[in-house]
Design a protein around this ligand. Structure first.
Ligand SMILES: *Cc1c(COP(=O)(O)O)cnc(C)c1O
Length: 228
């Protein structure tokens, strides 16, 4: 119970401080008890990076906590797609990071039971080897072409997501250049494909200010809310 006050203060602080950008509260380090504290402060968007964990939390909460929108933000293996799509309250996937995964998403879309599933394409904007994401503009274009060829669907191409660098000589410069790159890539995709209103998902506890400066639409924050 000791966390309750801290969590609720952080939810209020971020919700106000980030607007018009939106707060995705990342619960991967937290139990549902803490998530409920955030829910009671008005938070409805929650993010998880592992399918099992997301499914377990969502199923436990679905009856008593209406209106939760779940966001999947982790690396997704194709063989977990069915399980993910069947999760109650799933509303966003931030981490479609390859053409193969994109094809799997479309192939399995009937598994999804909701009315609309928004997804982001994850773009690699740093040269850190272990980072996921679509590595170059040509491959990103292939993905967008694929989406445009699919026609109407419960799936909605919502925007682009990235992760800032972790190991860098200058943390601030590294983050800023990664987020600038994502924004420029978004602008270019919109121009090249005649799209409008693609959103950005970037920024975490340690670098969200720089993401706000680049005009992000969603900020994904875990430890600054849930770890005291
Ligand atoms: C864990 C995680 C976050 C949140 O990280 P914090 O540093 O705890 O705010 C954001 N995005 C992704 C993809 C994550 O895996």
């Amino acid at each position: 119970m000791g966390n309750r006050k801290h969590i609720q203060e952080q939810i209020h602080k971020f919700t106000e401080g980030l607007a018009p950008a939106k707060l995705l509260a990342v619960t991967k380090y937290s139990k549902n008890e803490d998530l409920i504290h955030a829910y009671e402060a008005g938070q409805r968007d929650f993010g998880e990076s592992r399918v099992q964990e997301l499914a377990a939390k969502a199923e436990e909460l679905q009856e008593d906590y209406q209106g939760i929108q779940w966001h999947f933000i982790g690396h997704l293996q194709s063989n977990k797609m069915n399980r993910l799509l069947k999760t109650p309250g799933l509303s966003f996937i931030h981490s479609i990071d390859s053409m193969k995964l994109l094809e799997t998403l479309y192939k399995k879309q009937e598994q999804f039971e909701g009315s609309k599933l928004n997804f982001f394409l994850e773009v690699k904007t740093t040269d850190e080897e272990e980072k996921g994401g679509i590595p170059d503009y040509a491959q990103l274009c292939d993905c967008v072409k694929f989406i445009q060829d699919q026609g109407k669907s419960v799936l909605n191409f919502y925007g682009l997501m990235t992760m800032g660098p972790i190991r860098t000589d200058n943390f601030e410069d590294g983050a800023r250049s990664s987020f600038k790159k994502l924004r420029e890539t978004r602008d270019q995709i919109q121009a090249d494909f005649g799209l409008s209103e693609l959103r950005l998902s970037m920024g975490m506890s340690s670098d969200y200010q720089f993401a706000l400066d680049e005009g992000t639409d969603w900020v994904r924050i875990g430890s600054a809310i849930f770890k005291e």
